[in-house]
Design a protein around this ligand. Sequence first.
Ligand SMILES: [Zn+2]
Length: 324
Amino acid sequence: MLVAKKPLTSYATLRGQQKAKKIVSRMYHSGRLSHAYLFRGPDGVGKRLCANLFAAHLNCENPAADGGCGECSSCRKYLSGNHPDITVIGPENGTIKIDRIRELCRSLTYPPYESAIRVVVLEDIHTMRLEAANSLLKTLEEPPENNVLILTAEVSRDILPTIISRCQIVPFYGLSIEETTEVLAAHLAEMDGGEAAMLAKLSDGSPGKALFLKQKNLVDTWCRVRRILEVDEEEADASIGSLLAAAEEIALLKDDLAALLGLMRIWACDSAVRATTARQRNEQLARLAALDRAERSLARNCNRTLVCEVLLFNLQSPFPRVSS
Ligand SMILES: [Zn+2]
């Protein structure tokens, strides 16, 4: 039987997030829209996509039960990224500037260009400084008619309580490992299953974060380092040169080093689970302790190359080698 393909404007294009999709869809069908929403959850789990799908649904000329039709003039403009009444504003150089907020508040006083409702998506509002956040408050409380504001924010970051209290909250959550792997496979056809599963696990159910790791080649780096760490005991001495070179290389990763240490932690945890003898298990526990020590040293701004060298030695030989 032929199954009709869902348009890209359907909520079905967003993986997981059943609760958020249910809330958004209920709001749409009840006809009682709030003037401001706050989509709150981890980074990279679909908040932006959901905000955009909701915006497309609100403006669709032949709306379906699960989103925009994908074919009307409004949906086509949305899909081409040129909808005059759907605006997305995000951080520039790490923050949403106050000038951008002032400009937005001014522009909302004019009616929408061609739609019944203008939708403004303000991304990552946790990056706004206090001054910018305060300048948004009045508009958030009483936005001019025919405007809907959708704010997104990372769940663990602080937001002014006065912003939260003016919005209807829509919660987002991390995806399951299976769901994350599926999203990755859909985005990166060339990725093999093992790499996708490793990224899914490391990213804690955030496909956005997993794609970031992939983009930074951190998995490739980790696979090379792992080959050095997993040499046989008798080859360990001969691998010292490559181990020191690897330590120097990963010390240069700066902020991305934390993500690499996360991959090492998964490796040690997985090996501990698979261990069949007490010695093997203790080896992995010693590796986890070495990772803890390295993280603490890095947080104290110790010499990064030195910390990485000691770490790789301890991961390769978790117990001191007995010299003959
Ligand atoms: Zn449509």
